[in-house]
Design a protein around this ligand. Structure first.
Ligand code: ADP
Ligand code: MG
Length: 245
């Protein structure tokens, strides 16, 4: 049996009285790329945020690397070191340089030596084509560059698992490809385990092993990517794909 990085069982999430996730069940194997698709408001961000403890859930179980997560802040802080997350909004610290943004986690949280951490950061920056921007501040970067830095910052912690939530949604069209290529390389060359929320259907089709389709807080289908994009199992998913053309 393949190694499971993540298992979610019977997860239920409410915002006050509003029930936004209903009986969520799925798992992610090591090296697997899962795309989470669904209309706006279906609960994609909420689900992603539950997976690294940024949102509380009311019922259900999350197992990470074979261990049941005790949903308290101390446990989540440890787990978050192994889960990298990049959001739609660029959440770089505006008062820190690119390098200091990247080194914050490795040096402050993981207590790594600054010299070796910065050598590694330079390699990651080279990989995303931004090695000349170490001393720049976030305001001096384009949206696409900021997202590439946000990805590098997550990778600098050596995550076992990455979560991407619409990371290209705020970008100008000409910036989108560069960011998607980096995520695509992580999937295809590094075999990084990841869940990707995206509105870019071609990209989703290129990288996904499996698609989870969410509507109104329920997983309507979990389908191998090839099947999903050719012939989804539900009419609702077909309508969704038609609307994305
Ligand atoms: P998606 O990412 O698929 O667009 P979200 O997870 O953002 O969906 O939202 C799912 C549902 O939860 C929506 O009905 C949304 O209005 C609601 N919601 C999201 N965040 C909050 C919040 N902080 N408080 C209350 N309701 C929220
Ligand atoms: Mg969202």
């Amino acid at each position: 049996m393949a190694d499971k990085i993540l298992q979610v069982e019977h997860l239920e999430k409410y915002y006050q009285k509003r029930h936004v996730l209903h009986d969520i069940n799925f798992s992610v194997d090591k090296g697997e790329v899962v795309t989470l698709l669904g209309p706006s408001g279906s609960g994609k961000s909420t689900l992603i945020r539950c997976l690294n403890g940024l949102e509380a859930y009311q019922q259900g179980t999350i197992m990470f690397e074979g261990e049941k997560v005790q949903p308290n802040e101390k446990t989540w802080q440890q787990i978050r070191q192994k889960i990298g997350m990049v959001f739609q909004s660029y959440d770089l610290f505006p008062n820190l340089t690119v390098m200091d943004n990247i080194l914050l986690g490795p040096t402050k949280v993981q207590k790594k030596d600054r010299n070796s951490a910065s050598q590694e950061a330079v390699k990651l920056l080279q990989r995303v084509g931004l090695e000349d921007y170490q001393d720049a501040y976030p305001r001096q970067l384009s949206g696409g560059q900021k997202q590439r830095i946000a990805i590098v910052r997550a990778l600098a912690l050596h995550p076992d698992f990455m979560l991407f939530d619409e990371v290209t949604a705020s970008l100008d069209p000409e910036m989108v490809r560069g960011v998607l290529n980096i995520i695509g390389d992580l999937a295809n060359k590094d075999h990084m385990t990841m869940i990707v929320v995206t509105h870019e259907m071609n990209f989703a089709q290129e990288i996904a092993d499996r698609v989870l389709f969410l509507e109104n807080g329920r997983i309507l289908e979990q389908t191998p990517s090839k099947t999903f994009f050719n012939k989804p199992q539900t009419d609702r998913a077909q309508q969704f794909l038609d609307s994305m053309d």
